[in-house]
Design a binder for this molecule. Structure first.
Ligand code: IZC
Ligand code: ZN
Length: 425
């Protein structure tokens, strides 16, 4: 230990729980988390430098000056939570579709009638960058207050070159000024816009020939995603778009087999996608192919819950296919209008039958892995960034058990306390 001062020393941690490593944990390994009682964490700048029992950490830093000590009074600490699938930046909302939904009109029927995603496209096109920024900031604040320190944000409500860039530029601005890190994904292939209804191939061409190069040139997205779904983009169109994105240096992701099984899981594996999302209707062959390719399954139990659909086969994915599973809110104005990662934690227990340890891995290390950030975040270990969530909870199982409220007491982001007593500081 060098004698450079410790900037922040967290003591009095009742229980510290974290997965370990810089790679996603697969299958039954997701259960393997480290638990330390009476723990402490020492932070220098933005980086964790010591983790262990209070006794061990204090001994390690014996001769080192400490600039600030914060006593967490017995609370639970985990890595800062990571939400690896959101549609954060958008205009408007869709509560006007609630009665249609309750009358039994399906998600894809509403979309086919020009509502759904297309309704949000109209609102997003009409919104100024400042309006989009204000609305997304409100959501990002809510996520931070829940313990989230990094989110992924997809475009896909512009569907013109200009409006896709507008959304991605708002996401970049959020990343720059907000404590939560925002990682961008280009999702120009989210729906066929009204003006291309009679010519979907023309839209695919626009995505490949104009949008992708414009996004790549401005370095506005690390990832490219496609909504591969019945009546939206076919597997063949999805493949062409993702291959073009890869050629420009973007990493593929895929909305795969959410409602109908189009071979999305297979396609995600084939193109070497970092993750495949939803997977409610994924085939056994597709899941096996994902496991062989190392593709992470990002499960979105808020969406299946809200759509009244059967949940993803998380137990099969973990126990039989030995897949790395991550969890996300899918925050969006249609199928999952919630910023609450803690609701997702509860649903993962209730509906996906995941254990508290598997859930923690899925919202930290595996979620970080799904957005290419496992080297820096997703666990509480020396060398990783000092992103931590502090909960008013006696143990890990308490989080999924006591549902419907926000357990987060404090958040440390990049070594700074940014939430304390449930408020931004
Ligand atoms: O706005 O409905 N599933 N895309 C694919 C969504 C949900 C977002 C939306
Ligand atoms: Zn989505």
């Amino acid at each position: 230990m060098t004698t450079h001062p410790i900037d922040l020393l967290l003591t009095g941690i009742g229980t510290l729980v974290t997965p370990l490593g810089i790679r996603p944990l697969r299958g039954t390994d997701m259960q393997q988390v480290q638990t330390i009682h009476r723990a402490a964490v020492a932070i220098r700048g933005k980086t964790i430098v010591a983790v262990g029992t209070e006794h061990d950490v204090l001994r390690q830093i014996e001769k080192v000056p400490v600039l600030q000590t914060v006593d967490l009074e017995g609370r639970l600490v985990t890595p800062g939570l990571v939400d690896p699938h959101t549609h954060l930046v958008h205009g408007g909302s869709r509560e006007n579709e609630l009665s249609l939904k309750r009358a039994g009109v399906s998600y894809l029927e509403i979309l086919a009638q020009g509502g759904g995603i297309l309704s949000t496209v109209r609102a997003t096109r009409a919104a100024s960058p400042a309006q989009l920024l204000t609305q997304a900031t409100r959501s990002l604040n809510e996520m931070l207050l829940q313990g989230v320190t990094t989110v992924e944000a997809k475009s896909g409500y512009g569907l013109t070159v200009e409006d896709e860039l507008k959304q991605l530029e708002v996401a970049r601005k959020l990343h720059e000024f907000h404590p939560v890190d925002v990682v961008s994904t280009f999702l120009g292939a989210h729906a066929i816009p009204e003006e291309y209804k009679a010519n979907p191939e023309g839209y695919v061409q626009l995505v490949i020939e104009q949008m992708l190069p414009a996004v790549a040139e401005r370095e506005l997205a690390e990832f490219c995603d496609v909504f591969c779904e019945e009546g939206v983009f076919t597997a063949d169109q999805s493949r062409r778009i993702l291959q073009a994105a890869q050629f420009l240096g973007m990493t593929p992701k895929l909305h795969a087999d959410e409602i109908e099984s189009l071979g999305g899981a297979e396609l995600a594996a084939e193109v070497g996608a970092i993750s495949a999302e939803h997977l409610l209707a994924a085939s056994d062959a597709g899941l096996a192919a994902m496991a062989a390719a190392g593709t992470i399954a990002v499960l979105l139990p808020g969406t299946s819950f809200n759509l009244g659909a059967a949940p993803a086969r998380a137990r099969d994915m973990i126990d039989r296919f030995h897949l790395p599973v991550a969890l996300a809110t899918d925050y969006n104005p249609g199928s999952s209008p919630t910023e609450s990662i803690q609701l997702i934690i509860a649903l993962a227990s209730l509906k996906l039958r995941m254990t508290p340890e598997e859930i923690l891995t899925a919202v930290t290390l595996n979620a970080a892995s799904a957005i290419g950030r496992a080297q820096e975040i997703g666990s509480v270990e020396p060398g990783k960034r000092a992103d931590l969530a502090v909960f008013d909870a006696p143990n890990l199982a308490y989080l999924p058990y006591h549902f419907g409220i926000n357990h987060t007491f404090a958040v440390v982001k990049n070594g700074r306390v940014v939430v304390w007593e449930r408020r931004r500081v």
